[in-house]
Ligand binder design. Structure first.
Ligand SMILES: *[C@@H]1O[C@H](CO)[C@@H](O)[C@H](O)[C@H]1NC(C)=O
Length: 502
């Protein structure tokens, strides 16, 4: 960019004199991840730009981008910093500090000129989850319903790794959520935080715990983007911290929490409903928002139902936020099949169904999906992390390469500036079926600066019923009456250009 923007501005007046040429947009920045892994999220650094010019015939596929139609503001892509994930990362830091920092920069550096993904969605459990070394809440002082004695009792390495991530990406967005209230507030299930439900006498004051958890994280130096009342409130499992909670209880606690955050200077922190599977998107979160209309939106998981179910919540509350906060890969599945599914369903698909974010489960675990909560049956044959770490080294998994391509399209252009906002994109042409794509505009901190326009494109034209046959798709991109031609290899491509504000 650096030189290029200057060139646009300098040449505009000169060109007007010497030639009637239109000063147009150019594509210099292209990142791809190919199906055969010969290229993994690397800039192609073209020697000369791909130019937008007067439209000719459309290509095998055609992307029509309409920046007059804007949709949701994006927040980011990423995963959960469980205790296990933080321990795994911290062990790498101890055994091979160079590899640790390389990894953090590759995952979280949002700088344009770096080859980092800039992942900005970080979900942090409040207390123990199924990926913790022991059972604990942030306030195990029985009877302290005002939560005045709450402290961040997570192992020290959790906050230290979180701080390292923040050093690399100061604009990360934190999503807080408990797997269970403190054990002394519970009844039934396996005892303590395992299974069971919240005792009715605590429904009216549990928000104090959540408010103080948010405040404690803020006091530790981290902005909190959102907090949820309960992870997977329709699911109980006596082998790890879980808690069932009715939609009505969730709404009562959420409403009290929102009001308390508002009256304590934390009104910018969003309170999200549900945190559970797509299949009940039309029911549980809709019931919560009907009873507690001051909540900010709903969060969804992938383990039942279909991503299109998110529309039911969006249609009921079009002005509320949608977030996709958890899905996990399982050990042994096929790399390219997974990348296709992640793009189609989550990192492109959930965004088409109104998500502002899409997050996977553990950021890091070992190659067997460990360590886990002692004795838990969760993640039966092993959940793969976004990165797996062993023997002082790391391997970034398909989850990373897929989400990196999506995140690169929405990173702020200006440090601390706005993230991308989705704009209208239509796919057509004879091979339009081969592409799945989203488009975004990223605004600038200065209103006069050219905005960034980006697309993320999956080409899944890899064969037919008769066999494996990956084929590139020559594609025209139409933008503000001009057209550029790009050939997309089978894989995922992210590219962008700049244009004056509308
Ligand atoms: C795009 O236009 C520039 C001049 O601005 C030219 O140097 C370059 O070769 C063109 N790119 C292509 C692919 O034709």
């Amino acid at each position: 960019m650096r030189v290029r923007i200057q060139k646009f501005f300098l040449s505009a007046s000169v060109l007007a004199v010497i030639a009637p040429a239109v000063v147009s947009q150019q594509i210099w920045d292209i990142y791809t991840t190919k199906w055969d892994r010969t290229n993994l999220f690397r800039s192609l650094k073209p020697a000369s730009p791909i130019n937008f010019s007067t439209p000719g015939p459309i290509g095998q596929a055609h992307l029509n981008i309409d920046d007059a139609t804007v949709y949701q503001q994006m927040v980011g892509f990423g995963g959960s910093l469980t205790d296990s994930a933080a321990l795994t990362l911290n062990n790498l830091k101890s055994s091979n500090g160079g590899a640790y920092w390389d990894l953090l920069y590759r995952m979280f550096d949002a700088n344009d000129n770096a080859e980092g993904a800039g992942l900005s969605f970080i979900r942090l459990p409040i207390g123990a989850s199924d990926f913790s070394g022991s059972e604990y809440s942030w306030n195990d002082n029985a009877g302290d319903t005002s939560a005045s004695r709450l402290t961040i009792t997570a192992p020290g390495f959790v906050m230290s790794v979180l701080n390292d991530i923040k050093t690399v990406n100061p604009n990360m967005k934190l999503f807080l959520v408990p797997w269970s209230p403190p054990g002394w507030m519970k009844t039934g299930g396996g005892g303590g935080m395992k299974g069971g439900t919240i005792q009715s006498q605590y429904v009216g004051n549990y928000h104090n715990y959540l408010h103080r958890a948010v405040a404690a994280i803020r006091n530790a130096g981290f902005n909190v983007y959102a907090v949820s009342v309960q992870n997977e409130p329709e699911h109980a499992d006596n082998s790890y911290p879980t808690c069932t909670m009715s939609a009505s209880q969730y709404a009562t606690i959420g409403n009290n929490l929102k009001n308390t955050l508002n009256s304590n200077g934390l009104g910018s922190v969003k309170v999200l409903a549900y945190e559970h599977n797509w299949d009940h998107a039309a029911e549980y979160p809709v019931q919560v928002l009907r009873q507690a209309p001051n909540l900010d939106g709903a969060a969804f998981h992938c383990y039942a139902g279909n991503v299109a179910n998110q529309d039911a919540f969006h249609n009921a509350f079009p002005n509320k936020e949608v977030h996709f906060t958890e899905c996990t890969g399982t050990i042994g599945s096929d790399w390219w099949s997974d990348v296709k599914w992640y793009m189609d369903t989550l990192f492109i698909g959930s965004v088409q169904h109104w998500s502002s974010s899409a997050g996977m489960w553990n950021i890091a675990v070992d190659p067997n999906g460990n360590p886990k909560f002692p004795g838990t049956s969760s993640c039966g044959n092993g959940c793969r992390g976004i990165v797996q770490i062993s023997g002082g080294g790391y391997q970034l998994n398909q989850e990373f390469w897929a989400m990196a391509q999506a995140q690169k399209a929405i990173n702020p252009k200006d440090p601390g500036g706005p993230f991308g906002q989705r704009i209208k994109l239509d796919v057509s042409g004879g091979q339009g079926w081969a592409l799945r794509a989203n488009a975004f505009v990223t605004r600038r901190t200065s209103a006069s600066e050219w905005q960034r326009y980006s697309i993320v494109v999956l080409n899944w034209n890899d064969g037919s019923s008769s066999g494996w046959n990956p084929q590139p798709v020559t594609t025209t991109i139409r933008f503000r009456g001009q057209q550029a031609t790009v050939t997309f290899d089978v894989g995922v491509t992210t590219l962008w250009w700049y244009a004056p504000p509308r």
